[in-house]
Design a protein around this ligand. Structure first.
Ligand SMILES: [Zn+2]
Length: 219
């Protein structure tokens, strides 16, 4: 259960079997909702991975009927309330015994944030935690970028739709090696609908006076 303002974390486990991929369960209307994403990489640790990761985020969100518009940001100072900031951290989660890949903060005064622990994602893939993206070959860089995007997308769902519980596929509580690397990852229709609801603009509220007039009915 995730409450507003709380921070939730995503762990990884290797060897856990994923269910067969069945992406694309959600409707894809022409007027797709827009999710604004700010990509924040304060230490440039994900240099060379950004376009691969963001393509995967955009692909997964597109399956939910959501279009991603993203921008780069250097830090966390410039908060924009209607966007999710994806912050790539070049460190593991220190207080956790297990391998924590990411975490999120649901909407609050500083906005929504999705954190991804890049060394932990590398470790979940069987790569050395300290490897620089520049020491990877093309295939390894692509694998790492896609995994980074999937962890970011998982945390973005938490940030946009905090009531969505963990389930299967992308929203599994523990992202297995298979879920991080398989060609497709399962997306639950209910998750897609919840994300869409989370991005829909709120209905305009009526002023008290107008409510009273409407309650009286036409003269
Ligand atoms: Zn989670």
């Amino acid at each position: 259960m995730h409450r507003a303002g709380s921070v939730v974390a995503l762990a990884a486990v290797c060897g856990w079997m994923a269910h067969p991929a069945a992406a694309g369960a959600a409707e894809r209307p022409a007027d797709a909702l827009v999710l604004r994403v700010a990509w924040v990489d304060p230490t440039s640790c994900a240099c060379g991975l950004e376009s691969i990761a963001l393509s995967e985020v955009a692909r997964l969100l597109r399956e939910m009927g959501v279009r991603v518009r993203w921008r780069r940001d250097r830090g966390l100072a410039r908060a924009v309330s209607d966007e999710v900031r994806v912050v790539v951290l070049d460190r593991v989660r220190s207080e956790s015994a297990g391998l924590v890949l990411g975490a999120s903060q649901t909407p609050g005064p500083p906005g929504s944030v999705a954190w991804v622990h890049l060394p932990s994602v590398r470790q979940a893939l069987g790569m050395h935690a300290a490897w620089s993206p520049w020491r990877l070959d093309h295939g390894e860089r692509r694998t790492l970028g896609i995994a980074l995007g999937r962890v970011a997308a998982h945390e973005i769902v938490h940030a946009v739709a905090p009531d969505v519980p963990h389930g299967e596929g992308l929203m599994a509580e523990r992202l297995s090696l298979d879920l991080l690397t398989s060609p497709a990852v399962q997306l639950d229709r209910q998750v897609a609908l919840a994300v869409r609801r989370g991005l829909e603009p709120p209905l305009p509220s009526l002023e008290a006076g107008k409510v009273a007039v409407l309650a009286r009915g036409p003269e």
